[in-house]
Design a protein around this ligand. Structure first.
Ligand code: OSB
Ligand code: MG
Length: 369
């Protein structure tokens, strides 16, 4: 099958509250939304990229130009038997994984609708509900943090992740742990520390955390392997694992105990599933991270998170945690057991609100075969 038309949109969709990490602060989604059309069917995808290259090397504008100049022409030329044929079509383009992922997502949605199969079914998901938590950004002080975490717990979330950085690590974590001694709690440093901080990071061991995520450099695996013996807290990699090869290196080097899988960081579902399967084989748990996706990327993430080796709650909160109004008609709501229900409709299951999407679109581009 040939894709007949690809449409790209830049959007500006404000968050309900700005999100701050050790390295950046973002006030809304600057994602690129992808639409593909073939055989009278429409598939939707999302590159959930930030406005600045502060998480990985990509930003909205790099996704925009790499898709237009290279990936979309390659996609329009490819003869696709299924979504698995997309990564080989993009193979000559190095990196730029978020740009690739948005297009691959849209092709999965298209094939799902064409074949009447849900993304869960296509990927081999085994669960009807997936456990989720909330990633809580850096707050202005500890009182505010306790109030913010308390509100999420009141909404029913049972797992909390705290963003940390030097000066906002031990004490905020202690305060949350002391307030909720049994809470499932974890922290994420987004690559702000160095191997020389090993003893400092070991101070987090007393808080009985589920894991510490990506303490060291974004492109490092070697130093994480050196850090791991210093920590009792399970070590999880996010930024460093961008391909199945990286996952294999981390597993063989014993650089981590757990992997955070984000299909957008890895270039799509094909390779994300490979990492899931490889980790399962190695006896290593994975969990599903998030990039503050809109309702489109979120639906796809929930489907992937229904695979069996996703053993810890995901950073896939209900849409209302991010947006006052999302670009879909069917946002997820939190179930009473801190889960989201996996969509069963053909494709990713997101029903795109095209009128609202038009409203939040700031730039549009299309190419036909
Ligand atoms: O490091 O996991 C991260 C958001 C944007 C970029 C990187 C990260 C995050 C989050 C939020 O932690 C996860 C979510 O709720 O989508
Ligand atoms: Mg992270």
């Amino acid at each position: 099958m040939k894709i007949e038309r690809v449409e790209l949109r830049k959007i500006r969709l404000p968050y309900v509250t700005p999100f701050e990490t050790s390295g950046w602060r973002e006030d809304g989604s600057y994602a690129v939304i992808v639409r593909v059309d073939a055989a009278g069917i429409t598939g939707w995808g999302e590159s959930p990229v930030g406005s600045s290259p502060f998480y990985n090397e990509e930003n909205t504008n790099t996704v925009w130009t790499i898709q237009q100049d290279f990936l979309v022409p390659m996609l329009l030329q490819a003869d696709l038997q299924g979504p698995e044929d997309v990564p080989p079509a993009f193979a000559r383009v190095r990196g730029n994984r978020m740009a690739k992922a948005g297009l691959e997502f849209a092709v999965w949605d298209l094939f799902g609708k064409l074949q009447g199969r849900s993304l869960k079914e296509m990927l081999g998901g085994t669960r009807d509900r997936v456990p989720v938590g909330v990633s809580v950004g850096i707050q202005k002080d500890i009182d505010t943090l306790i109030r913010v975490v308390g509100n999420y717990l009141e909404e029913g979330y049972r797992r909390i992740k705290l963003k940390i950085r030097p000066g906002w690590d031990i004490e905020p974590t202690r305060a949350v742990r002391n307030t909720w001694p049994d809470l499932m709690l974890q922290v994420d440093a987004n690559s702000i520390y160095h191997l020389s901080d090993a003893e400092h990071l070991a101070r987090l061991d007393e808080f009985n955390l589920l894991l510490i995520e990506q303490p060291l450099e974004h492109d490092d695996i070697f130093d994480h392997a050196k850090l791991k013996p210093h920590l009792k807290t399970p070590l999880c990699l996010d930024e460093s694992i961008v391909s199945p090869a990286h996952a294999r290196w981390a597993i063989e080097m014993q650089a981590c105990d757990i992997i955070n899988i984000k299909p957008s960081r890895i270039g799509g579902f094909v390779d994300a599933k490979r990492i899931h399967d490889m980790a399962q084989e190695a006896g290593m748990p994975v969990w599903h991270g998030g990039m503050l996706e809109t309702g489109i990327g979120r639906a796809a993430n929930v489907a992937l998170a229904s695979l069996p080796n996703f053993s810890l709650p995901g950073d896939i909160s209900a849409n209302a945690r991010y947006f006052a109004r999302d670009i879909v008609h069917n946002p997820f709501t939190l179930n009473e057991d801190s889960t989201l229900t996996v969509p069963t409709a053909p494709g990713c299951g997101a029903e795109v609100d095209e009128a609202y999407l038009d409203e939040v679109t700031v730039e549009r581009w299309e190419m036909r075969a």
